[in-house]
Design a protein around this ligand. Structure first.
Ligand code: C2E
Ligand code: MG
Ligand code: MG
Ligand code: MG
Length: 292
């Protein structure tokens, strides 16, 4: 009996793994045809400058509408795209689309701001990131100053020397490098010491509820001070409440991003948001005005 049970359990797991594999294969094939069939689109989330209250940038975030499954969130497919290698093509599509869009906004006379794009760490190890980026900038005629590349710190564990070289080359081109999800990887501080980045983005897990959580607020306070001392830019992501904003302002955090200001928006909605954004909003949140 025990053996039979063992067997059926074995078959159960076996089948579960098989299902998982075929699910993944379907998704993987789906990703390939998504690129060919125009199923991806970009949404844009504004970043706000703490001193001026103006829009200081936008982050491009990919969205996938699958004809059968509907909306598939990036957390569901980016990892698979990374292990299967399709991420290289997806990210090139994203960079191209984001740069094209930013140039179009400039030509429409919108206030100028940089566009931030998330890049898989794989680009820093394989393929030719520098030539891909130069090609895209030439094609879209976007100034390198108007492009920010966000890279998740946790994903940068290998070949540090090579990664440093690639980042230095991007910097030399005039591109801004931002370290995303800061604090969630296990070697944040040594990364900070070695990598030639311009800016860090504090992960939203530290932001949410920070005003009432002494541990979170201690970490956030220390990271913001660290960024100031290292002369790095600092963006807080995932701000949802006025209490969080007020706290971050009191610590002189330089830039804000989160649902409190806006969710990621479609192109037309984002354009309207920029046109109607009133920076003086920040003056009315009950915080001493830090503008000079
Ligand atoms: P991320 O780069 O850290 O992006 C921020 C995520 O937080 C986005 O989720 C955004 O919609 C969400 N978010 C922003 N403000 C708030 C807030 O106030 N509250 C909450 N709860 N969430 C907020 P999204 O768009 O689902 O993207 C998830 C992750 O997928 C991104 O994290 C990024 O790592 C990755 N990703 C997104 N687009 C791309 C892409 O084009 N290429 C690559 N390689 N990765 C991407
Ligand atoms: Mg990001
Ligand atoms: Mg992040
Ligand atoms: Mg992330």
């Amino acid at each position: 009996v025990a053996k039979e049970q063992g067997n059926s359990i074995y078959h159960f797991y076996d089948r579960m793994i098989e299902n998982q594999l075929s699910e993944n294969m379907k998704l993987e094939n789906g990703l390939r045809s998504a690129l060919l069939n125009d199923q991806f689109s970009l949404y844009y989330q504004p970043k706000i400058d703490a001193k001026t209250g103006r829009i200081s940038g936008a982050e491009a975030l990919i969205r996938w509408i699958h004809p059968e499954y509907g909306f598939v969130p990036p957390d569901k497919f980016i990892q698979l795209a990374e292990t299967s290698g399709i991420i290289m093509d997806i990210d090139e599509w994203v960079v191209t689309e984001a740069c094209r869009q930013n140039k179009a906004w400039q030509e429409q006379g919108l206030p100028r701001f940089p566009i931030a794009v998330n890049l898989s760490a794989r680009h820093f190890y394989q393929g030719n990131l520098i030539s891909m980026i130069s090609r895209v900038l030439t094609k879209t005629r976007l100034d390198p100053q108007d492009l920010i590349l966000e890279i998740t710190e946790g994903s940068l564990i290998k070949s540090a020397e090579y990664v440093i070289k690639v980042m230095a080359d991007l910097r030399a081109m005039g591109i801004t490098i931002s370290m995303d999800d800061f604090g969630t990887g296990y070697s944040s501080l040594s990364q900070l010491q070695r990598l030639p980045i311009h800016e860090i983005k504090l992960d939203r897990s530290f932001i949410q509820g920070l005003a009432h959580d002494p541990k979170k607020s201690a970490i956030v306070r220390a990271v913001i001070a660290l960024a100031h001392h290292m002369e790095l830019g600092i963006v807080a992501e995932g701000i949802e409440s006025e209490a969080e904003l007020r706290y971050l302002r009191s610590l002189n955090c330089a830039q804000f991003q989160g649902y409190l200001f806006s969710k990621p928006l479609r192109e037309e909605e984002f354009t309207q948001f920029v046109k109607h954004w009133d920076g003086s909003w920040l003056d009315h949140d009950g915080v001493e005005n830090t503008k000079q």
